[in-house]
Design a protein around this ligand. Structure first.
Ligand code: HEC
Ligand code: HEC
Ligand code: HEC
Ligand code: HEC
Ligand code: HEC
Length: 192
């Protein structure tokens, strides 16, 4: 009943704590974790491009405390942090995690359907610099530390859907930090 009413309200983002046991935490837990997952009924109302499957960082990282590198494992080792392979997801979703709310279950079903059909999920890129630019991820993590993701990407752990916090397609974003950190600003370091 209550759920139907909420759907009727439309593209609203509501605090899910009110919605039931799944998200219910003791007040003490809430204050230490500081993360409240929200029920989202229409992902197109969120910032950032809509993804083919509504994968939520706020649930995996914010609530479940998964480390970024569990999925983006090449972030520290290569130029590309990499979008996780389906295998990474299926460790949990093949059998164990089927979703505890109708909305979660529906999205997990899509993931399994893609896996069974041997199709890759075509995630929409959010951050992408022009082809003639050089951006080495691993070097940045070496220089800024493994916790630096938020410096450039914002607090992804709180995002139901990833969006650009910083405009990485604006040279000023790069230069400002390179100036501060006394890193090279030679054109040829970044431009091929
Ligand atoms: C359970 C696996 C998983 C974990 C853990 C995870 N991610 Fe992701 N991440 C994904 C998937 C899948 C995508 C592609 C879909 C999307 O954009 O939501 C993605 C996309 C992203 C993107 C957007 C990439 C682009 O196209 O620009 C960023 C930035 C990102 N993740 C950062 C992080 C950070 C920072 C953390 C830790 C705080 C993290 N991720 C933890 C799975 C994960
Ligand atoms: C370590 C275990 C684990 C891994 C690995 C994992 N998930 Fe999840 N996932 C969960 C849990 C736990 C939930 C919450 C289920 C619930 O309570 O409804 C969840 C929920 C979801 C949901 C529904 C809620 C949401 O996030 O929108 C989707 C879709 C999903 N996962 C996709 C993925 C994808 C895609 C990957 C791989 C990139 C992945 N998961 C990797 C544990 C995992
Ligand atoms: C100094 C800024 C900076 C830091 C720190 C940073 N990123 Fe990025 N990230 C970027 C930029 C810029 C791009 C676009 C790069 C490109 O197009 O080649 C990007 C792209 C991505 C992508 C999409 C790339 C792909 O392969 O699809 C993911 C995922 C991502 N970052 C995750 C992370 C994670 C996880 C961390 C922390 C471990 C992190 N980033 C730290 C700036 C940063
Ligand atoms: C938050 C700070 C920060 C931002 C933002 C940033 N960088 Fe950097 N960058 C660094 C640091 C620190 C290093 C040095 C890493 C090391 O060598 O220890 C570096 C190194 C580099 C290098 C290698 C330089 C060399 O001498 O070989 C390139 C190329 C580069 N950055 C490109 C970019 C581009 C392109 C962007 C914007 C899309 C960008 N950076 C944004 C901090 C930043
Ligand atoms: C730290 C990295 C970095 C350095 C150093 C740098 N640029 Fe850029 N530049 C960028 C980024 C990132 C963009 C935005 C590209 C995009 O659209 O994704 C850009 C864009 C530009 C553009 C707009 C057209 C294009 O190529 O996309 C020009 C022109 C440009 N830079 C010239 C210069 C010149 C000249 C220098 C040396 C004085 C220089 N840049 C040094 C990172 C850098």
């Amino acid at each position: 009943m209550r759920q139907r009413f909420l759907f009727g309200v439309g593209a609203l983002v509501l605090v899910a704590a009110a919605l039931g046991a799944v998200f219910r935490r003791s007040p003490a837990q809430q204050s230490t974790a500081g993360i409240t997952a929200v029920a989202v009924f229409d992902s197109s109302s969120l910032q950032g491009p809509r993804q083919p499957i509504f994968f939520r960082h706020d649930i995996h990282v914010g609530q479940r405390k998964m480390a970024c590198q569990y999925c983006h494992y090449s972030a520290g080792a290569s130029n590309e942090p990499g979008i996780p392979s389906m295998q990474t997801c299926m460790g949990c979703h093949y059998l164990l995690v089927n979703g505890s709310t109708p909305a979660n279950a529906a999205e997990i079903k899509k993931l399994k359907a893609a896996w069974n059909a041997k199709k890759l999920v075509e995630w929409v890129r959010v951050h992408m610099v022009a082809r003639h630019l050089h951006f080495p991820h691993s070097l940045h993590l070496k220089g800024l530390g493994p916790q630096a993701c938020a410096t450039c990407h914002g607090n992804v752990a709180r995002m139901p859907q990833v969006y650009k916090v910083n405009n990485v397609n604006n040279m000023g974003f790069c230069i400002t930090c390179h100036l501060e950190r006394k890193v090279s600003r030679d054109c040829s370091v970044c431009h091929y």
